[in-house]
Structures are given as C-alpha cells and as structure tokens.
Design a protein. Structure first.
Length: 438
C-alpha cells in the first residue's frame, strides 16, 4: 500500500514539472550585465560574489533572484557601489564606473631651525637662495632635508655650506669670513642735467646719479646718454678699494639732430629704428636714442610672445620724441574643438571613439580636429550611432533621439497549468480507487 502511494506521489510531481513552462524555471532565460571601469582592471563584486575584473560580462538568470548591487574596486582608488540593472532575457545592460583616485596622505613633518652667526657680524644670510636677515639670526626650515647657507659681507669672501635640519631641533651654523683682497673699485657718476643713462664698457648700469661697484682695477669706458643732449664718452681709471668720481656736463643736441626716448610695457623689448637694432627697453626708465637725424623715422618694438609694435615718429632738431609702446600678447591658435551632446531622453551613455565620455547632456572638450564616431546607449532604447566633424576652436552640436526597443514577446499562456493539474488530480483519484479495492 505504501509503495503504491509513493508511486502515485512521484507521478504527480512529474506531471506538475512537465506542466510548468521552461521559461518559468530558474536558469531558463539569461541576461547580461556588461561592466566597464575607468581605469580598467578593477575588481567586480555582485551581491558579495567576486565576478572578475573589468571589462567583464556577468550572466544573470532572469527567473532567479534579481541582482542588487555591484561594487567596483581597485588599489589606489576609492571603491564605488552602484545599483545592478535587471536585464531581460537575451538583453545586455551596460554599467560604467569612473573610479576616483585616493589622495596620498601627506607625511607630517615638524620643522627644524638653523641658528646662524658670523664673524664679523651683520653679514647677509640666504638659506636656499632666500634672504632671511643678517647675523645673528635664527630661521625655521623644513626638517629631514639639507639646506644651503650663504653668508656675504662687503670686503669679505662669500661663504657657503650645506646643513641638515632635524625635526624640532636647532642646528648651529657659524661662518668665519675671510677679508677679500682689494682687486676692485667703485665709480660714482653724476650728470648735468641729471637722469642720464649710464653705460660702463657698453653695458647699461642705470641712470645718474649712481655708483657702480665691483669694477676691476684698470681702465673702463664711461658713456652717458640723455635725450636732447649729445652723447658723452670718456675713459675712466679704477683703483683698488677706491671710488672714482665723475661729474659729466652734457651738451645740448645740435639743431640738425634730435633724440628718441623709448619705453615698453612689458620691458625688455628689442628696439629697431629704421630697421637698425638699438638695444632693449629698460624697466622704469627710457632708452635714449640720441643723434637721430631730423625727419620721419619708423620705430618697431619686438619681444618673444608678443605682437610687434610699430609706429612712425617725427624727429625735430634739438627735440625729444617720447615713445611708450604697450605690447599685445600673442594667443596660441586652437588645435582642438568640443562637442556638445544632447539626447532625448537625457541620461544616455556617451561613447566617442570607443571611449566613455559621460552622460547626456555633456560637453566633451579637447577633441582633435577631424571626424569622430559617437554612440549613445541607454537601457530600454536602441543604440544611437553616428559620426561628426570637429573644427579647431569651435563646438559641434550633436542632438540624438533614442528609439525605444520593441516590447518583448508575451509569455506563454498559463491556462495549461490548471488543465494539467486537473488531469493529475484525476489520475491520482483513479489510482487511489484501485488501491482501495486491493
């Protein structure tokens, strides 16, 4: 009796399983979740189960438990959790994750100190090229690294050495300076009228009155220029440890020539008068061109990174023509363009030249000139693909209308299930009746 009932129960289960459509069984239909990341090679976990590294395609049984969340992680980047899409049978859903780098934690260092003294005192101190005062002086520096200390005092040889600073400690530095043999002298210049440009051995040194130091003992050429006056040139003698004084009286220009005083913003521009190079403009001072013939002349200022400044000037006998030129910076020509991508509906993935560039609407910068391919992807819509051209310095407008994907076929009617169950119950009744008669 028990054996017959077991056979009846097994037959009932077989009939029920046969009556359930295959599409309703777990594993009957499969969808795909395609996961990519920037950067690639990130670990992917789906609902706590490790699936592999990006790029990766994860198979999802649509009749099973819907997926919950995806965690994408990579060493050196912050892990990111996103909701997992629910693909339909035969459908692929795309997930792209951009990972944010983890900023390195800076090492906290406690500064150290350098206590610097010298003989004689009052020397100028520079640490790593930065002026910090005169001796004696204590200055704060970064610990754990070396620092160059420079000590200078007039009439003495300069002194320098390298020291290591230690965290929270004071390092003692002492410089015993050696007197410098007197091999140089000084030249003190005044002019009448004052303000003349001073050139020593052809090099501009400033404007009078002034003192030029560290000149080698011996003969030097002194030249003074002032607009409206004739150039003065003479030879001066410099003596060891002494100051040579020169007062130069300038003579007015002759009626047959005049002067041009030139400055530029910024300074350092090359000056060309009638195509002939004259020199470079000075900061906070005019460059004086004297002995210029009366009449009309062309003047050009030129400096790398700026457009040339050109003008025409008229010089009168004994007169001064002042020129102040403001240079205009050159702008580098644009070599890239942009694409402004919009879609209906918005929120579509934007892929340009097979690279993910964000979600619409999005402005994509730094695109090289020429033709590019573009694809827009969005769940529930067919991919939109096209190409576009980029012009340097311009923005290309792209508008895409996404088409909904066709609705999936209707599921198999479930009316067959009750019929099969009724048949199974009927068969069960017949078998039970037969067993009772036995």
């Amino acid at each position: 009796m028990l054996k017959i009932r077991s056979i009846i129960l097994a037959a009932f289960v077989v009939l029920l399983c046969a009556a359930i459509p295959a599409s309703a069984q777990v594993g009957g239909d499969v969808g795909i979740i395609s996961v990519t990341s920037d950067p690639s090679g990130a670990d992917v976990n789906l609902d706590g189960h490790y699936e592999g590294r990006t790029p990766i395609e994860i198979k999802i049984y649509t009749t099973g438990t819907p997926p919950g969340s995806i965690i994408v992680s990579k060493s050196g980047y912050k892990a990111k959790t996103v909701s997992a899409p629910h693909p339909s049978a035969g459908q692929t859903e795309y997930v792209h994750v951009s990972l944010e780098p983890i900023e390195p934690t800076p090492t906290v260092m406690i500064d150290g100190y350098l206590s610097i003294d010298s003989s004689p005192r009052g020397a100028t101190i520079r640490v790593d090229g930065r002026y910090v005062g005169t001796t004696p002086v204590t200055t704060q520096v970064t610990s754990g690294t070396t620092h160059r200390v420079q000590v200078e005092y007039p009439g003495y040889d300069s002194w320098s050495a390298v020291y290591t600073a230690y965290s929270g400690q004071t390092t003692q530095v002492y410089a015993s300076l050696t007197p410098t043999p007197q091999t140089t002298g000084y030249l003190s210049i005044t002019s009448s009228p004052s303000g003349a440009d001073v050139y020593v051995d052809g090099s501009y040194r400033g404007y009078a009155p002034m003192t030029v130091g560290n000149l080698i003992v011996g003969a030097h050429t002194l030249e003074l220029r002032l607009s409206g006056y004739q150039k003065s040139t003479q030879t001066v003698q410099i003596y060891s440890g002494q100051t040579t004084t020169k007062n130069v009286v300038l003579s007015p220009s002759t009626p047959t020539s005049g002067s041009v005083a030139v400055q530029s913003y910024p300074s350092g521009a090359s000056i060309y008068l009638d195509g002939n190079y004259q020199g470079n403009t000075y900061p906070n001072d005019y460059f004086d061109i004297i002995g210029v013939a009366t009449g009309t002349h062309s003047l050009m200022l030129r400096k790398p990174g700026y457009y040339d400044y050109t003008t025409t000037i008229s010089v009168t006998g004994g007169g001064i023509k002042y020129v102040s030129g403001t240079l205009t910076p050159q702008t580098a020509p644009a070599t890239t363009g942009k694409a402004n991508v919009m879609s209906g509906p918005s929120g579509a993935e934007v892929i340009i030249d097979n690279l993910f560039r964000g979600y619409s609407p999005v402005l994509v910068p730094d695109l090289s000139t020429g033709t590019h391919s573009i694809t827009l992807k969005m769940s529930g819509y067919s991919d939109w693909m096209s190409s576009f051209d980029v012009t340097a310095g311009q923005t290309t407008q792209i508008s895409a209308t996404l088409s909904p994907q066709p609705a999936p076929p209707a599921p198999t009617p479930s009316g067959s299930l009750p019929i099969a169950v009724v048949g199974a119950v009927g068969l069960l009744g017949v078998l039970f009746f037969v067993s009772r008669r036995r």
